[in-house]
Write a protein that binds this ligand. Structure first.
Ligand SMILES: Cc1cc2nc3c(=O)[nH]c(=O)nc-3n(C[C@H](O)[C@H](O)[C@H](O)COP(=O)(O)O)c2cc1C
Length: 382
């Protein structure tokens, strides 16, 4: 299974093409819309989310509520494109475009992108670098999520903290349900501090990052492989998570804490009982050993930097005149970590669905489910 996305932030639409989804998976636009709506929530988001109200159109690969095994093309229109149709026109136009961005924002792709692609207006870069693209990724992730659900795999997430207000204890799977979608922190005191921190940052014209935990339960053992570097599932998960705009670090299981602890308290002792097979009392490894799932929950924590568009901007230099100035201000969020957690769920779903179809076959759901169940039985009877 693989996917591509296309589309600019203020262009007509975003699209995703997902290839390799088995035939016979129940799928509807409303299932995808539910995930798109979650991505638009979150305390600290700006005006754009109120304009958007995303809705997916399924252009191919699905007929009468079931996938066909052919590429699934998804389209999400940008509702504010009308106001940008001249700025973003594909046809040639006389003169320079309005809304040019020539004072690049530190922390964005503006300057490195303009240098790399030899563009004089950094809007040519930021329109695609914008996290608006993640709407297409969340849509593709919703398909992956539906596939995983059929295989008994569920994905959940929570926000662990915003800026200086973060939870230091480990969070259980059971705590990551029915949370407030605007700030899904499973601890009231930390949640209160996080909301206050966002308000204070906003008042200062500043922004905040944070961290989010994404988990998957019901994952069969044996996904990914130790035999080659690019087949290690922890590496593939890290790739998916690191590609989320503003993600700057990815941790599998207790990775960060373990780096400072002795081995005796960093691994998960193996036990066996006749009914459930091999089991672990702890899950410090986050469900992955040697790049292979071990049947425990897969746990990934992603760390996001503070958003780079500041209402009190940092120094920059004009691309054309080379005269120093302050970085340009674009419409922007103060904090996007709750949305990033939802995008993290999509990253988890896509990485696991890729690994699952690779191991169990991807032509039809019946074949996939039969192979997955046979392998689970094989492991039980090992
Ligand atoms: C859901 C989401 C929303 C974002 N919204 C903004 C925003 O409003 N303003 C901003 O400066 N950055 C925003 N970002 C982050 C930038 O897209 C990102 O920092 C930038 O593209 C540079 O990429 P990098 O941080 O991965 O290096 C957002 C990220 C996510 C995940």
């Amino acid at each position: 299974m693989r996917f591509l996305t296309a589309g600019e932030s203020h262009g007509p639409a975003l699209t995703a093409i997902l290839e390799g989804c088995p035939a016979g998976l129940a799928l509807s636009p409303s299932l995808i819309d539910a995930q798109l709506a979650r991505r638009q929530k979150g305390y600290g988001r700006g005006a754009r989310q109120r304009i958007e109200s995303d809705h997916v159109e399924i252009l191919s690969g699905v007929r009468r509520g079931e996938t066909l095994g052919s590429p699934i093309a998804l389209l999400i229109r940008n509702r504010d494109h009308k106001a940008w149709s001249d700025t973003m026109a594909a046809e040639p136009r006389e003169g320079a475009a309005d809304r040019a961005l020539t004072l690049p924002r530190p922390g964005h792709a503006d300057l490195p992108g303009a240098l790399k692609y030899d563009r004089r207006d950094a809007r040519d870069i930021l329109e695609r670098a914008s996290a608006r693209e993640t709407a297409a990724r969340v849509a593709a992730g919703a398909v992956a999520r539906a596939l995983l659900a059929e295989c008994g795999v569920a994905v959940a997430s929570c926000v662990l903290g915003i800026g200086p207000a973060f939870l230091e204890r480990s969070v259980r799977w059971e705590e990551c349900h029915d949370l407030d979608e605007d700030m899904p922190i499973p601890d009231e005191e930390t949640r209160r501090r996080a909301l206050a921190a966002i308000q204070e940052a906003s008042a200062r014209g500043d922004t905040l990052g944070g961290r989010a935990l994404v988990m998957a339960r019901g994952v069969p053992p044996g996904l990914g492989s130790h035999v080659h570097w690019d087949r290690r599932l922890d590496a593939r998960l890290a790739f998916h998570f690191m590609s989320i705009p503003s993600a700057k670090a990815v941790e599998v299981g207790d990775g960060v804490a373990s780096s400072a602890r002795p081995g005796a308290v960093s691994h998960d002792a193996i036990a066996y009982d006749g009914e459930r097979g091999f089991r672990r009392a702890t899950n410090r490894a986050g469900g992955l050993e040697g790049g292979i799932t071990n049947g425990e929950d897969v746990r990934v924590t992603a760390y996001f930097k503070p958003l780079a568009t500041l209402m009190k901007p940092l120094p920059s230099v004009d691309l054309a005149t080379k005269v120093p100035g302050l970085a340009q201000i674009e419409r922007s969020d103060v904090c996007a970590v709750p949305a990033a957690a939802v995008i993290g769920e999509a990253a988890m779903a896509l990485a696991l669905a890729e690994a699952l179809t690779e191991k169990f076959g991807g032509d039809s759901m019946r074949e996939l489910l039969r192979n997955a169940e046979a392998f689970r039985r094989q492991v039980r009877e090992y």
